[in-house]
Write a new protein. Structure first.
Length: 303
C-alpha cells in the first residue's frame, strides 16, 4: 500500500511537470521550474497550489499598489503644472504692463514714429490744428514794420510768436539803437464781407502744427487739394500792402480767430487780401479764369 502511494505521488508530480512544460513557452520556463520545485518541496500539489495562488494574488495586489502610486504621481504633477499656469496668469493680470498700459505704450511709439516722419506747418488765423494734426504751440503773428521810408529793414516773413517767451542775455539799457524790431501782425480785412467785420484790426492768431504726413505744400487760388493729398485747411491768400515793405504770402484760415483785446490798428505789420491783376502791364496771363481784384483763395495740403 505504501509503495502504491509513493508511485501515485511520483506519477502526479510527473504529470504536473509534464503539463506545465507543454503549456509554457520559452519565457515562462522559470515559472515552471519554480512550481515544480514547490511541488517537490511540499510533496503534494494540494499543498503547493494554494501557496502559488497566494503568491500570485500578492504579486497582483503589489502591482495594483504600484500602479495607483504611479498614477497619483502623474496627477500630482499635472496639478502642479496647472497651478503654475494659474499663478502666471494672475501675475500677468496684476503686472504694470496691463492691456491699457500696453495700448498706451503702442500709441506713444506710433506718435514718436509719426513725429519723426511727419511735417510741420503754421495754421495762420487759428489757435488750434486740424483733426489729426498735433498742436506744438499756439501764439500770435508778428513781422517787420509796414513803412518803407524810415522803417524799411527787417525780415520779410511773418512769424508765429509763442505767448511764453524765454530770454537769455539782453540789453538792460533799453537802447533803441542796433535793433531790428518786431511788430504784431494785424488783420487789415476791412468790411469786405469776406471775414466777419469784427476781425479787422485784431492781432492775428496762429498755431504751429505737426502733421503725420511728410510732404506739405500751400496751393494758391485753390480751395481743394489734389487726389491723394489731405487738406489741412482752406483760406485766403494774404500779405503786406502793395506799397509797404515786401512780405511773404500766407494762407490765412477762412474762419479766423483773433487775439482778444487787441483791436487797434497800429500800422505795424499787417495782412491784406491778395488779388490778381489782369492788366496789360505785367498782368496775369490766364485771364480769365483769373479776374482782376478778386480775392485769392488758398489751401494747405499734406501727403
Amino acid at each position: 500500500m505504501e509503495s502504491y502511494l509513493d508511485s501515485r505521488i511520483e506519477s502526479d508530480k510527473n504529470g504536473i511537470v509534464n503539463m506545465e512544460i507543454k503549456d509554457s513557452d520559452a519565457s515562462s520556463s522559470t515559472s515552471s521550474k519554480f512550481m515544480t520545485s514547490l511541488c517537490s518541496f511540499f510533496g503534494n500539489k494540494y499543498i503547493a497550489l494554494p501557496i502559488i495562488l497566494s503568491i500570485l494574488a500578492f504579486t497582483m495586489a503589489l502591482g495594483t499598489v504600484f500602479g495607483v502610486a504611479l498614477r497619483w504621481n502623474q496627477m500630482n504633477s499635472e496639478l502642479q503644472r496647472l497651478q503654475s499656469t494659474i499663478d502666471s496668469l494672475k501675475s500677468q493680470q496684476s503686472s504694470p504692463l496691463s492691456l491699457a498700459s500696453t495700448s498706451k505704450f503702442v500709441e506713444n511709439k506710433r506718435a514718436q514714429a509719426s513725429i519723426s516722419t511727419g511735417s510741420t506747418y503754421i495754421h495762420w488765423g487759428k489757435k488750434t490744428c486740424g483733426a489729426d494734426s498735433q498742436l506744438i504751440y499756439s501764439g500770435f503773428g508778428a513781422g517787420s514794420a509796414a513803412g518803407t521810408a524810415t522803417r524799411g529793414g527787417g525780415g520779410t516773413d511773418y512769424l508765429c510768436l509763442p505767448t511764453n517767451p524765454e530770454f537769455n542775455r539782453y540789453d538792460k539799457s533799453k537802447d533803441n539803437a542796433a535793433h531790428s524790431w518786431l511788430y504784431s501782425t494785424e488783420y487789415l480785412s476791412f468790411d469786405l464781407g469776406i471775414f466777419p467785420d469784427h476781425v479787422h484790426g485784431h492781432n492775428v492768431a496762429c498755431s504751429v502744427c505737426h502733421s503725420p504726413r511728410s510732404a506739405k505744400t500751400m496751393i494758391p487760388a485753390r480751395r481743394s487739394c489734389p487726389i491723394g493729398w489731405t487738406r489741412e485747411y482752406e483760406g485766403y491768400l494774404m500779405s503786406s500792402y502793395v506799397s509797404d515793405m515786401k512780405m511773404t504770402y500766407q494762407c490765412v484760415d477762412a474762419n479766423p480767430d483773433v487775439i482778444s483785446g487787441t483791436q487797434n490798428v497800429t500800422g505795424g505789420s499787417g495782412l491784406y487780401f491778395v488779388s490778381g491783376y489782369c492788366g496789360s502791364w505785367g498782368g496775369l496771363s490766364h485771364c480769365p479764369p483769373y479776374v482782376t481784384a478778386r480775392e485769392m483763395t488758398c489751401a494747405i495740403c499734406t501727403k
